[in-house]
Design a protein around this ligand. Structure first.
Ligand code: GCO
Ligand code: MG
Length: 402
């Protein structure tokens, strides 16, 4: 069966999503997520101009060979744009393979290793009381793992707060919003915040926190040590993720578990982190790190070293990408946890995602392939809506990591 048509569709039902559609000469359609927040059209153009012309006539069954062709064949390797594009092709080909076999993709990956996928939800608040109410709401909804972010006293804006009904969306505006960052205020507040959460709700659920790349290694080490009494499930992205050796320093000072990887796009970004056991969870997502095929390789390497998965799953990954991640989560032995924050309205007018949330878990659909339907006519009603992620500066005006 050959690939006979390929198309990229950019649509913004609630936020921007980039979707690849591949069709075979026998009329089987596969979808892949190619959404890269704030850089959507770069991936769209890379696919349209440099990838789709190479796909016509290729055997749709040869997922691995097509992956290698796109990766090695570009000569210029890796990078978020290229790897997100390859990822979309990989997902669409797995979708086709599942539909041809009449099986959900997780069956092709070895079958269920667990009944469903444990997820963590996002609690946030404009102050401590507001946050505590949101944690309570998550626990009532059945979440067994909750990420906690709250507005830092003395700072005008803080990463990770819900701005609208329940779903955090950092991209906004025709130009990047500028935020001012204050490390001292942050480091003073976070241990107090986690203490309040444990005091109020106890230790019977997993508590997570995203530092979002803001600290130096020694600051991150100090935060990890200060949080030890609160038995965090993890602290995420404690330092900018490209410096793998930074984690050696953090690790030598704290037993708070460490997670990193949402900005990684290949196995080379996390090789030392895994093989030197510098982290506990690798958070690469199927959408941004070369698809199911490549993330499976990362997870296999991680399994050898006792590192588990904790895949990125914010609102800026489309339902197709999240579904692809869920199939992998269900099948791998070293699954840890999956991030989940739902999809903004009116995404359901365009995507029928099939998976469902129940009791702190996501249950992937058992439809053939990835199990996500895409309504192209509805997609056309929501044209691309340019948005940027914010940037961060220190009080003296110097650029910082957002
Ligand atoms: C997370 C992430 C997101 C990112 C967003 C950027 O842990 O979910 O840090 O909130 O900021 O995906 O596009
Ligand atoms: Mg994060």
């Amino acid at each position: 069966m050959k690939i006979s048509a390929a198309e990229v569709i950019v649509t913004a039902p609630g936020r921007n999503y980039v979707t690849l559609k591949l069709t075979t000469d026998e009329g089987v359609v596969g979808y892949g997520d190619a959404t890269l927040n704030g850089r959507e059209l770069a991936v769209e153009a890379y696919l349209r101009e440099h990838v789709l012309p190479l796909l016509a006539g290729r055997d749709a069954a040869r997922i691995g060979d097509t992956w290698q062709y796109l990766y090695r064949g570009a000569y210029w390797r890796r990078g978020p744009v290229t790897m997100t594009a390859i990822s979309a092709v990989d997902q669409a080909l797995w979708d086709i393979k599942g539909k041809v076999a009449g099986l959900p993709v997780y069956e092709l990956l070895g079958g269920r290793a667990r009944e469903a996928v444990t997820v963590y939800g996002h609690a946030s608040g404009a102050d401590v009381d507001d946050l505590l109410a949101d944690v309570a709401r998550h626990l009532e909804l059945g979440y067994t793992a909750v990420r906690v972010q709250a507005k830092i006293p003395g700072m005008d804006s803080t990463y990770g707060l819900h701005t609208g009904p329940n779903i955090y969306e950092p991209a906004s505006g025709a130009l990047p919003k500028e935020e001012v960052w204050n490390t001292a205020a942050y480091l003073d507040f976070i241990p107090t915040l986690m203490g309040r959460v444990r005091e109020e709700f106890g230790y019977g659920f997993h508590l997570l926190h995203d530092v979002h790349h803001r600290l130096t290694p020694i600051e991150a080490a100090r935060l990890g040590a200060a949080l030890e009494p609160y038995r965090m499930f993890w602290i995420e992205d404690a330092t900018p993720a490209e410096d793998q050796s930074a984690f050696r320093l953090i690790r030598s000072h704290t037993v708070t578990p460490l997670a990193v990887g949402e900005v990684f796009n290949s196995i080379w970004d996390c090789r030392e982190l895994i093989t030197e056991r510098l982290i506990d969870y690798v958070r690469t997502s199927v959408t941004h790190a070369g698809g199911i095929s490549h993330v499976r390789r990362i997870m296999d390497l991680a399994d050898l070293y006792g590192v588990r998965s904790g895949s990125h799953g914010p609102g800026d990954i489309s339902p197709v990408g999240l579904a692809a991640n869920l199939h992998l989560d269900l099948a791998i032995p070293n699954f840890g946890i999956q991030e989940y924050m739902g999809h903004r309205d009116p995404a359901a007018e365009v995507f029928d995602w099939g998976y469902r949330y129940e009791n702190g878990m996501l249950w992937p659909s058992d439809r053939p392939g990835l199990g996500v339907e895409f309504d192209e006519e509805a997609a056309r009603r929501f044209p691309y809506d340019p948005k940027y992620l914010p940037v961060a500066r220190l009080a003296d005006g110097a650029m910082h990591d957002w």
